[in-house]
Design a binder for this molecule. Structure first.
Ligand SMILES: Cc1ncc(COP(=O)(O)O)c(C=O)c1O
Length: 338
C-alpha cells in the first residue's frame, strides 16, 4: 500500500538535485562566518525578500524566538492573532527566553481587525507595556489562511502610529505570495523582521532564515549562539536551502490546487470543512472524533494530524498527482460509505 502522508509539508524529503548540491557544497565554519554557502543563502534570501540581512537558523521556532528576543524587553507584551504559532506551538519559549507575555486578538481567518490591534496596545502604567505586534502569514491554525495585503498595511500603520515594531512569522510566506499572486518581497514589506522556513512547502530538509535590518544582525547572531544554534559546516544544509528558495516556490500552486480539490471532495462526503479557509495547502476537518478518525485513516495508509477537535491535512511536493482521489477513496472507506 502506498502511504499518503498529509500530516505536514515538513515531511518532504530533499530532492536528488538538493542531495547533489549538498554533497558538492563548499563549506567553512559558520560560527566564524566562514561558510560561503550559508553566506550565499542568507544573501539570496535577503535580496528576494527586500531586507538588508539574513541569519540562517535550524528552525522556524528559533527564528521567531530570536526575533521576539530582539524586540521585547522583560515584562513586555506582544500582540498576536489568536492561534499564533508563537503562542500555541512554541512551548512557552516566549516566557522563558524573552520574559514576555502575549495578548491574543480575535483573528477571523488569521487576520485581526486593525482597530482591534489598535485597541490592544497598552499605554497605562498598570498594564504590561506593548513591545511588539506580530502577524502570521499564512496562518497555520486558521487553516493556512492568507493575510490580505490591505489588512497587512492597515496593521502596519497601527504599529507605526504606536511607535511599535512589527514581526512576521512567515514560515509559509511563499504560500501566501503564491495565493496572492504577488512577489515574496511584497508580502515581507513593511515588517521590521520576518522569519521564513525552508523546510516546509519549499522542500529543504532543515532551516529557517530571519530577515532584518543590518544593525540587528550582531545581536541576533549572539542570541542564536545563546540558544545553541551556532552550526559549523552548515553549508551542507544551506545548499539545499538555496535550491528550496529558487525552485520550491514553483510547486506551491499545485499544492494549493490539491488542497482545494481535497476539500471539495470532503464536502461531497459530508465532512465538515470550511471552504473559505482553504486558501493555500491546508484542509482542516471538524465534526468527527479527530483522534479516532485519524487512527482509522492511518490504518488505511492515509496519514493526517489530529489537532484538538480537528484533523489537519497538508498538501506538499512529495505527494503524487493522484494523491487526492486516492485519499478521498480511503476517507470514504474510513467513513464506511465505500
Ligand atoms: C506558522 C509557523 N511558524 C513557525 C513554525 C516553526 O517551525 P519549526 O518547526 O521549523 O520550528 C511553524 C511550524 O510548523 C509554523 O507552522
Amino acid at each position: 500500500m502506498h502511504i499518503l502522508d498529509f500530516r505536514s509539508d515538513t515531511v518532504t524529503k530533499p530532492t536528488p538535485t538538493m542531495r547533489h548540491a549538498m554533497a558538492e557544497a563548499e563549506v567553512g565554519d559558520d560560527v566564524y562566518s566562514e561558510d560561503p554557502t550559508v553566506n550565499r543563502l542568507e544573501a539570496k534570501a535577503a535580496e528576494m525578500l527586500g531586507f538588508e540581512a539574513g541569519l540562517y537558523m535550524p528552525s522556524g521556532t528559533m527564528t521567531n524566538q530570536v526575533a521576539l528576543m530582539l524586540h521585547l524587553k522583560r515584562g513586555q507584551e506582544v500582540i498576536a492573532p489568536k492561534g499564533a504559532h508563537i503562542y500555541e506551538y512554541e512551548p512557552g519559549s516566549l516566557a522563558v527566553l524573552s520574559g514576555g507575555t502575549i495578548r491574543l486578538v480575535d483573528a477571523p481567518y488569521g487576520t485581526p481587525d486593525p482597530e482591534a490591534v489598535r485597541a490592544a496596545v497598552h499605554t497605562s502604567v498598570h498594564q504590561a507595556p506593548t513591545g511588539l505586534i506580530e502577524l502570521e502569514n499564512t496562518h497555520n491554525y486558521a487553516g493556512g489562511t492568507v493575510v490580505p495585503l490591505e489588512a497587512q498595511h492597515a496593521i502596519q500603520q497601527v504599529a507605526q502610529e504606536a511607535g511599535l515594531p512589527i514581526h512576521l512569522d512567515g514560515a509559509r510566506l511563499f504560500n501566501a505570495a503564491t495565493a496572492l499572486n504577488v512577489s515574496p518581497a511584497e508580502v515581507a514589506k513593511g515588517f521590521r523582521t520576518v522569519s521564513i522556513c525552508l523546510s516546509k512547502g519549499l522542500g529543504a530538509p532543515v532551516g529557517s532564515i530571519l530577515l532584518m535590518p543590518k544593525e540587528f544582525r550582531a545581536e541576533a547572531w549572539r542570541y542564536r549562539k545563546l540558544l545553541g544554534g551556532g552550526m559549523r559546516q552548515a553549508g551542507v544544509l544551506a545548499a539545499a536551502g538555496i535550491i528550496a528558495l529558487t525552485e520550491g516556490p514553483k510547486g506551491l500552486q499545485r499544492d494549493h490546487q490539491m488542497a482545494r480539490a481535497l476539500a471539495e471532495g470532503m464536502l461531497e462526503l459530508r465532512l465538515e470543512v470550511d471552504l473559505q479557509s482553504v486558501q493555500t495547502n491546508m484542509v482542516y476537518v471538524g465534526g468527527t472524533s479527530a483522534t479516532h478518525f485519524a487512527q482509522r485513516l492511518a490504518g488505511l495508509g492515509l496519514l493526517a494530524n489530529p489537532l484538538g477537535s480537528r484533523v489537519r491535512f497538508v498538501t506538499h511536493r512529495d505527494l503524487p498527482d493522484e494523491a487526492v482521489p486516492m485519499a478521498l477513496q480511503r476517507i470514504r472507506q474510513a467513513l464506511q460509505i465505500a
